[in-house]
Design a protein around this ligand. Structure first.
Ligand SMILES: Cc1cc2nc3c(=O)[nH]c(=O)nc-3n(C[C@H](O)[C@H](O)[C@H](O)COP(=O)(O)OP(=O)(O)OC[C@H]3O[C@@H](n4cnc5c(N)ncnc54)[C@H](O)[C@@H]3O)c2cc1C
Length: 468
């Protein structure tokens, strides 16, 4: 008899939700193994100078239906982001523009922008969020890069640039099908603008409450190193021990699954998928001010441009008098290479040099918001690319020719090994993590009861099941 019914690898939102759902389904022996010394995965709050910052994910939106429902069960609700109603700033080439809507003073560009989004929206309607490889034009769209589509369908460089800034994806790398899938997972083409809510208590509180409500055991600092599938179960080797389980749920990003030694080897199609899964770094640059001075100028705090700080937003903490501007560095190093101003200062080269990074970031904020941006009180920088247990922000990033051919392996179980995690979800980001955790847990619970239909908390039933 195996020691556990299910071992879950990873205590991020997907893993914790899977454990909660398995408990709800009556599966009694569940173990969660987590490599880090904390739960939450890419959801983490850090205390910095007396204030709490969300080091990883922070924002949600109405399309994250599973996350919002789960949060409500945990007694939490999302609130709108601060002051998103003001004008945003866009810097294109040498020109700085303040606008309430994209290209509001340039009707032709505005029309092209709106029509590009309408076309993307139409394409997304043809792509099922749970099976993009089945879309009627899947192969055709998967042969192209998103950059090709943009070049063919959007004539104005400033409009192309703005669309690229709306989505943290590398258009030169991602296939058109993968991009359209992403949009169908957002259930909207609003891109980052769709992330217009967050939790007043911070997202990390969702993970903390989830973990606190579990009866399943969570072992921290227990990185899984090897999985060995046999006829009776899976042997799981991790830092600190070895155990056995009837089923295993991995919640790892596809691109880091290969860090675990898995025997027998995964099917070639699954390997082809995870080996070509790209990740982008996931950086956050925080500048803290005595007050959100930009609001006095009627600005929302949202700024974007083909510059090293390519996207900035107001993440001031609700109830605090301080103002906080949070930015991200470009998704790929070459993204703005053709802009000479950007090429002067690639943030990627400054990653190991926090002081120069700080100076460069503040200089960019001055460009976006004026000289008052130089009067910051603190700076904080985080980057997940070298974190060891994440590949980065992890947004869906599949190059041409992958999704339409081997994409379906993203959540197809391999023997007793099941897949969860944000990338396997039908919603993007956090919503996908929660939704995938539930889906994988039900899949496993069904598999266990299909083999033996009696209730799983009946010990005799488990014994006979294990002797099958
Ligand atoms: C900077 C940043 C900002 C983001 N912002 C947003 C946002 O605003 N909104 C949004 O929707 N999404 C955002 N995301 C993405 C979001 O964080 C993820 O989609 C979501 O948290 C993924 O949850 P998960 O459980 O699938 O994966 P993870 O949170 O990555 O959980 C996987 C867990 O597995 C553990 N693990 C890894 N290897 C092993 C091993 N060998 N053994 C045991 N455990 C292991 C990891 O430590 C981790 O805890 C952001 C991500 C980053 C990095």
């Amino acid at each position: 008899m195996n020691e556990y019914d299910v071992v879950i690898i990873g205590a991020g939102l997907a893993g914790l939700t899977a454990a909660r759902e398995l408990e709800a389904q009556g599966v009694p022996r569940v173990l969660v193994l987590e490599a880090r010394d904390r739960v939450g995965g890419r959801v983490q709050a850090v205390e910095f100078g007396g204030r709490v910052l969300q080091r990883g994910a922070e924002f949600t939106g109405g399309f994250h239906t599973d996350l919002l429902a789960l949060a409500a069960e945990l007694g939490m609700s999302a609130v709108p982001l601060p002051e998103r109603s003001g004008r945003s700033v866009r810097v294109s080439g040498w020109t700085r523009t303040e606008e309430s809507a994209p290209f509001e003073t340039d009707p032709e560009s505005a029309a092209e922008y709106v029509s590009a989004y309408a076309r993307l929206e139409e394409m997304a309607a043809e792509v099922q969020a749970d099976a993009p490889w089945e879309a009627p034009r899947a192969r055709v769209w998967d042969d192209a890069r998103f950059a090709d589509w943009l070049n063919e369908n959007v004539t104005r460089p400033a409009v192309r640039e703005r669309i690229l800034l709306d989505f943290p994806v590398d258009a030169e790398q991602i296939s058109l099908l993968a991009m359209v899938w992403r949009i169908s997972r957002y259930n909207s083409t609003k891109g980052l603008g769709g992330f217009d809510m967050r939790f007043a208590e911070g997202l990390a509180e969702v993970a903390a409450r989830l973990a606190a409500g579990l009866t399943s055991e969570i072992r921290l600092s227990s990185a899984v190193r090897a999985l060995d599938q046999g006829p009776d179960g899976v042997r799981v080797s991790y830092d600190g021990g070895t155990t056995t389980a009837d089923r295993v749920i991995s919640t790892l990003e596809p691109s880091i699954v290969s860090r675990i030694a898995i025997a027998p080897a995964l099917p070639a199609a699954r390997l082809a998928l995870q080996n070509r899964w790209l990740a982008y770094h996931g950086s956050k640059l925080f500048a803290i001010y005595e007050r959100p001075f930009w609001r006095e100028q009627g600005l929302s705090g949202v700024a974007s441009g083909s510059l090293p700080a390519e996207y900035v937003m107001d993440v001031s903490v609700p109830g605090s008098t301080e103002g906080i501007l949070c930015g991200r560095r470009p998704v790929s190093p070459g993204r703005w290479a053709r802009n000479p101003r950007s090429a002067e200062l690639f943030f990627d080269e400054l990653v190991g040099d926090p002081e120069r990074m700080e100076r460069a970031y503040i200089a960019q904020l001055v460009e976006y918001f004026g000289p008052e941006a130089a009067d910051y009180t603190a700076f904080h920088y985080v980057d997940w690319f070298d974190d060891g247990w994440s590949a980065g922000c992890g947004s869906l990033h599949l190059p041409p020719g992958v999704l339409s051919t081997v994409g379906k392996n993203v959540r197809e179980p391999v023997g007793r090994l099941h897949w969860a995690g944000a990338d396997t979800g039908e919603q993007d980001g956090l919503g996908g993590a929660v939704q995938s955790g539930r889906r994988a847990a039900r899949e496993v619970a069904d598999a266990l009861t299909a083999i033996h239909p009696e209730p799983l908390d009946d010990v005799d039933a488990r014994v006979s099941f294990d002797r099958r």
